[in-house]
Design a protein. Sequence first.
Length: 444
Amino acid sequence: MYDLLILNATLVNEGHLTKADVAVEGQRIAAIAPDLSSAPAKQVIDATGLHLMPGMIDDQVHFREPGLTHKGDIATESAAAVAGGITTYMEMPNVDPLTINAQALEDKYQRAAGRSRANFAFYLGASNDNLEEIKNLDPQAACGVKVFMGASTGNMLVDNPETLEAIFEHAPILVATHCEDTPMIAANEEAAREKYGEDVPFSEHPKIRSEEACWKSSSYAVGLAKKHNTRLHVLHITTAKELELFEPGALKGKRITAEACVHHLWFSEEDYERLGAQIKCNPAVKRKEDRDGILQALTEGRIDIIATDHAPHTWEEKQGSYFKAPAGLPLVQHALPSLFDHYHAGRLSLQTLVQKACHNPAEAFEVKDRGYLREGYFADLVLVDLQATTEVTKESILYKCGWSPFEGHTFNSRIVTTLVNGGFAWHDGELGQNIHGQRITFNR
Ligand code: DOR
């Protein structure tokens, strides 16, 4: 007797669209077959007309715990994540205290246990003086080592060249970098301050956090990785120019991979006038040509992974002038819907979408038994209706910060059901009654 049967869905998986039935037993996928309709099951979903895919694995979120929980916390932001079809997230170390040692990492796993609706893993943060922590890191204790090679929210800049060399040489697991050249940005900020005073228009953000600043830092990271054969993952690429640093093609075998985030695939320079601080983020939203170049790089394979960089700040904090308003925007609830809009517009195939948002994060981080629709894998599943719509209203927003840069937009899809480890995390517009998120493990 299966716990759940999902009948008649179109599966999007491993490069194919296939009509099939899926059976779930306990936390795992028990069977995938053309017709399971006569198998006994406790519960049956008729998914005729719906698409079934693995849940999104978001390799870059900021859930603000501990220390910054007025902006968001693990319970609130993971609820928004499952409503958006994200079943696993990897969370960043720029919290308070910083996640820069084994003890701080374990504290986060304990906080998430029993409170996170989605599965979770945490990054160990690098600093200018925690090399020993990095060298001694247990490969099961973190998804990756995060290195801020450019300063952003939180005081985590690593700018000592010897330290960077040593991190790239000795990190025992994947190194994920934020790449922007801080001295260049500081000079641009100074020039903007001279020109505008405190009231710098938000449209200056991509000129201050410039293409050159991204290029200088990304090419530095790629150079270091080539020198030391580091497993490098460059986060949130924002310029078409940086794409030449990355190889096209499949992820398998690559030592250097790159990520794009949903807001950089959606917004462009033209949106600063309407949205101002709401789309101020680091690295900055840049030109239309950059956005379109990055979208194309998904299909070419120069960009391997799509993530969110979900980074909530309160509405009040965002009301500050240019230098005061913090960088970052909340995204997890609408990441997949935004990608399905790209699909409807002919910019992204469903197969590529699932590869970049589900399969490749599992491959890049060596996640065990997740990221695919496969018998024996965890039942982290999303049913999506590509014919229905999702209107982004204030009332429907689950983030603690209570706002979204997409407010007023109607997406051409609806996340109908999200299963996490076989449990209903989201169904028909409601959060599940139980918490199903687990600490993920790695094939390493
Ligand atoms: O815009 C951003 N916000 N970029 C980052 O790198 C950090 C993030 C945050 O934590 O707010």
